[in-house]
Design a protein around this ligand. Structure first.
Ligand code: DNO
Length: 346
């Protein structure tokens, strides 16, 4: 495995000097968060970010995320220009040596939570999702920028964003993804970049919007949508693991050769569509990270892995899910599991 941690750039309260103290770290996952979807990442901007990382001896291992615009997802008027910009970003990242690009195809919103600091009873807190709370959201009031999203929405913006999906069901959204892959997978392949689509989080429809990256059947359909080896998956154990029907170690085994990036996170499921995030350790939640690491170790998967959302511990504040302590503890746990399980040591 290639052990990584995410860094949100200069706005991130966890700085690179702190990440430097984390043992066994091979590189950093980051993005040019100021650039909106549809705008290409230039070689200069990429190089500036690489220089900031290099000051602390880090490589930029994964670009997460190069955002896919709503025009691409809905096949809107700017679609072709935005695909061209996305492809240019991939080409520029590849030329700079950033070989993995994470993205998602979730309509309107990226990941969704209903509570960003749920007390866990021991002084720590974590993010939570409760379907009943989601149903109480009044979308006409808009949505404040949720932690780690690029922006919030006014009520009017949300109404317009949802209207674009009136005629888009899962089948059509998948066709838009397949068309996108037809355009960008060859570019990625030529650039020496692996694309890694992130599952929907949570892995079910929210607010009636279509979602197409939820389970094994969806992953199968997506993998089949393009033959390029540059077309890969982000295996996010927390996103997929919120659905009890997703057997994660079986999915890890089944898709091992298509996995280009791993997000390792644990959740405690409290209802059919309710969960909260917990420590990575197996005692804390319902995700079998041990089984997932075992499946990847057995298959010789050696891709970037980062510990995903942790709890906020020991009074730390900052970006929910992205405190330093629990992610560092989680990483050490995963490294230990992997060292014990990987016979070839990779
Ligand atoms: C949440 C993250 C997601 C992820 C994107 C990938 O913390 O895992 O925001 O970066 O969905 O495109």
């Amino acid at each position: 495995m290639i052990w990584t941690m995410r860094w949100y750039g200069s706005e991130d309260p966890v700085d690179l000097a702190a990440l430097r103290q984390v043992p066994g770290l091979d590189g950093i996952v980051t993005a040019l968060h100021d650039l909106p979807a549809g705008v290409p990442w230039t070689p200069e901007a990429i190089q500036a970010r690489q220089e900031a990382l290099a000051e602390h001896g880090f490589d930029w291992t994964v670009a997460e995320s190069v955002p896919v615009s709503e025009a691409i997802k809905t096949d809107g008027p700017d679609r072709d220009a935005h695909v061209a910009a996305w492809a240019e970003s991939v080409r520029n990242l590849g030329a700079a040596g950033v070989r993995t690009v994470c993205y998602n195809f979730m309509p309107v919103f990226d990941w969704m939570r209903t509570d960003f600091a749920m007390p866990l009873g021991d002084g720590s807190n974590a993010m939570a999702y409760a379907e009943a709370d989601l149903e109480r959201f009044d979308l006409s009031q808009g949505m404040e920028r949720l932690a780690a999203w690029s922006h919030g929405y006014s009520g009017e913006e949300l109404r317009a964003a949802f209207a674009r999906y009136d005629a888009i069901d899962e089948r059509r959204l998948h066709e838009h993804l397949a068309a996108f892959l037809r355009d960008v997978a060859p570019v990625a392949e030529a650039a020496g970049v692996r694309l890694a689509i992130h599952p929907d989080d949570p892995p079910w429809s929210i607010f009636g919007l279509p979602r197409i990256v939820k389970d094994g059947n969806d992953l199968e359909r997506i993998v089949a949508a393009h033959p390029s080896p540059a077309h890969g998956l982000t295996f996010c154990t927390g996103a997929l693991g919120a659905n009890p029907e997703n057997d994660l170690s079986a999915l890890a085994e089944r898709f091992a050769d298509r996995v280009a990036f791993v997000h390792a996170r644990n959740v405690r499921r409290t209802g059919p569509r309710d969960f909260h995030e917990v420590a990575h350790h197996r005692s804390a939640g319902d995700v079998d990270l041990h089984g997932v690491v075992r499946a990847f170790a057995a298959a010789g998967v050696a891709v970037p892995l980062r510990p995903d959302h942790g709890r906020m511990l020991w009074g730390e504040t900052g970006i929910p899910g992205y405190g330093l302590y629990d992610r560092a503890i989680g990483l050490a746990y995963l490294q230990g599991l992997h060292e014990a399980l990987a016979t070839d040591g990779r």
